[in-house]
Design a protein around this ligand. Structure first.
Ligand code: TXA
Ligand code: MG
Length: 326
């Protein structure tokens, strides 16, 4: 594996060629780092599954650099999806749309829909547009972590997570820390109104004001939406340490809370964000820090009161679930 820092335009051309010839490229986006492969190449995509050890029937998001390519991957796109795309792309939003014949079962997990995203990160956009110039149509990219682990928000974290599993021709692009730090909002656009499958920075109020429609939010207990979304498995995004939501800390526990909350006696402060955006940005790094320090438990006091807190709380809950439920 080649690790590229101080990335130049010529590196991004080479990385695009690397994708085209069937190798994997881990790249930064504004949300988290992705592990990319040519979305039309079944062998490359199967490499993603091998490296992540991800179950094969889970769908992948296809990343493109411009709206022009959306028609290639999706069909019967509702008006409200175009409105969302115009307002929020490039950005931290994935639209789930009826698939075209280009979106094969190995991308969609055999569902009739495909997830699409135009990320707002210059390295990602240049990589994608260079890939498209040489005939690429889209880059399938899940978060660049092993299945079930937290998403990486720096190239350094990608390397420590996947370095041992990548091949010598694969590339990691170091584009610094991700600005947002939690994954994109996923919106199912196959129904009459938008349905949020995974909360994120783009929240329901923003969706309503862009579309004029009330969006709904998928309740995980609602069996009627039978979509396979690994990010929605309840034990996802978990570090090794036990994540305890709103718990009392005992000596030696890690502690993450807003900076106006003081550290309990004996606890080890892992982060002190000043608002929910900072909370999102440092959350996964703080979990990893707790693991690097071999902490057994991390107490997290989530932010409240604003829309982004919903998404942050969602990730904390998922990380804590595996210890709360046998
Ligand atoms: O922010 C992000 O979305 C990052 C960056 C790299 O773009 N990507 C990401 O990918 O989080 P991943 O695979 O870790 O999570 C994407 C989620 C998965 O839970 C997947 O099941 C869901 O998107 N997804 C993809 N295609 C879908 C589809 N057709 N229907 C429903 N869910 C889908
Ligand atoms: Mg993921």
């Amino acid at each position: 594996m080649e690790y590229l820092s101080d990335v130049k335009q010529s590196d991004l051309i080479r990385a695009a060629q690397c994708l085209k010839s069937g190798n994997l490229v881990a790249f930064p986006t504004e949300t988290v780092y992705g592990l990319g492969a040519d979305a039309t190449n079944p062998e490359s995509v199967s490499q993603i599954y091998a490296v992540k050890e991800r179950p094969a029937n889970h769908p992948l998001i296809v990343h493109v650099s411009s709206l022009k390519l959306i028609d290639k991957w999706a069909r019967n796109i509702p008006d409200y999806a175009f409105k969302l795309a115009e307002v929020f792309w490039p950005g931290p939003m994935t639209l789930v749309l009826p698939r075209s014949i280009l979106a094969k079962d190995f991308i969609t997990g055999s569902q009739d829909t495909v997830g699409l995203r135009i990320p707002a990160n210059n390295y990602a956009l240049k990589l994608l547009s260079n890939f498209e110039i040489i005939g690429g149509l889209g880059v399938a990219a899940p978060s660049a972590n092993r299945f079930g682990a937290v998403s990486p928000t720096s190239a350094f974290d990608v390397r420590s997570e996947l370095g041992d599993y990548l091949n010598e021709n694969d590339i990691i692009i170091d584009g610094g820390e991700c600005e947002i730090g939690i994954e994109s909002t996923i919106i199912d656009c196959t129904k009459r109104v938008p349905l949020v499958l995974r909360p994120g920075v783009i929240n329901s109020k923003m969706i309503s004001s862009a579309t004029g429609l009330e969006s709904s939010y998928k309740n995980e207990n609602n069996e009627s939406h039978n979509l396979r979304v690994p990010g929605m498995l309840k034990n996802h995004y978990a570090p090794n340490a036990q994540i305890i939501l709103n718990g009392f800390s005992t000596s030696g526990d890690g502690f993450i809370a807003l900076n106006d909350i003081s550290t309990p006696v004996g606890a080890i402060r892992l982060a002190s964000p000043t608002n929910s955006a900072e909370f999102a940005k440092i959350l996964y790094r703080s979990f990893r820090l707790g693991d690097e320090m071999h902490l057994k438990r991390i107490i997290v006091i989530p932010p409240k009161k604003d829309e982004l807190s919903v998404a942050v709380l969602d990730r904390i809950k998922k990380a804590s679930y595996k210890v709360n439920v046998p």
